[in-house]
Design a protein around this ligand. Structure first.
Ligand code: ADP
Ligand code: MG
Length: 270
């Protein structure tokens, strides 16, 4: 990973637009999106369904090409950053290889990218990470022998083991129970702090967004636009108690208000 404080931001989007061709009308998923995510920042996107959150993440991860505008990842094109394995992506559904065991699914990106990632020392071994996310007892099972929530934890462990400079996560915890969510949040924050990983995260939970993030970006749409960027200046580490503070409530009110605007904007168009 490129790396001093004076280096370019982790993610810069300038006037980014993306439409999809469908059988009917083209669907405009993103329209004129400007977003900057500094190195080592934890930024969360929140917004109505269909407003372009997943598309924005896929553009950053180099999986979808923008039609217009600039996308820069550590000062390089998204495609180049993707080829250099700077970005790890946890999709909304786990996408595991059914014929590989849990452990081998988590090892896979390390094996595939051995050459590309030469010189990068992963933070921890795959088995340790699987242990940390509560899957130490199922290393030799196959994905079809796991519940949906367990499969999602394998996908998260795989991204953690890969140890990318930017971790892009699309509603990664939405299929998990509250206790598992807590464990994974704290694992994620540990990784973010220890490795200075930049995180771009999507959730529908305002509380989760506030507890995790340096900034919450409210999107409206479709077509997806940035409605507001709300900085979260609460001290860290943030435990549940943070939810009792006046500062937390002020942030929650502000984000909910922006979200209400985003939803009514959407409803007015549909
Ligand atoms: P979100 O993640 O906020 O729910 P998405 O980024 O998935 O929103 O989708 C934004 C819009 O783009 C939606 O109208 C969706 O139907 C459309 N869209 C997303 N991906 C595709 C695709 N591959 N083909 C056609 N339309 C798509
Ligand atoms: Mg989505």
């Amino acid at each position: 990973m490129p790396g001093t404080a004076s280096d370019p931001d982790a993610v810069v989007l300038r006037d980014v637009s993306k439409s999809f061709q469908t059988r009917g009308e083209p669907v405009c998923a993103l329209a004129g999106v400007d977003l900057t995510v500094g190195r080592g920042k934890f930024v969360t996107l929140i917004g109505p369904s269909g407003c372009g959150k997943s598309t924005l993440l896929r553009v950053v991860a180099g999986l979808v090409e923008a039609d217009a505008g600039e996308v820069s990842i550590f000062g390089e094109s998204a495609r180049r950053a993707c080829a250099q394995k700077h970005v790890g992506f946890v999709p909304q559904t786990p996408a595991l290889l059914p014929w590989r065991t849990v452990l081998d699914n988590v090892r896979l990106p390390l094996q595939v990218n051995r050459l590309a990632s030469a010189g990068r020392v992963p933070s921890r071994r795959p088995a340790e990470i699987l242990e940390a996310v509560g899957l130490g007892g199922v290393l030799d099972r196959h994905p079809n022998e796991l519940s949906g929530g367990m499969q999602q934890r394998v996908a998260i462990a795989r991204a953690f083991a890969f140890d990318p400079a930017i971790l892009v996560m699309d509603e990664p915890f939405s299929s998990l129970d509250e206790m598992t969510r807590e464990v994974l949040r704290s694992e994620l924050l540990g990784l973010w702090q220890d490795r200075r990983t930049t995180v771009l995260f999507v959730t529908h939970s305002v509380a989760e967004a506030i507890v995790l993030s340096d900034a919450v970006v409210v999107l409206s749409g479709p077509p997806g636009r940035i409605q507001a960027v709300v900085p979260v200046d609460l001290p860290r580490p943030r435990r549940d108690l943070v939810e009792l503070t006046e500062d937390y409530h002020a942030l929650e009110r502000r984000i909910r208000l922006e979200l209400r605007g985003a939803w009514s904007d959407r409803d007015a168009k549909t």
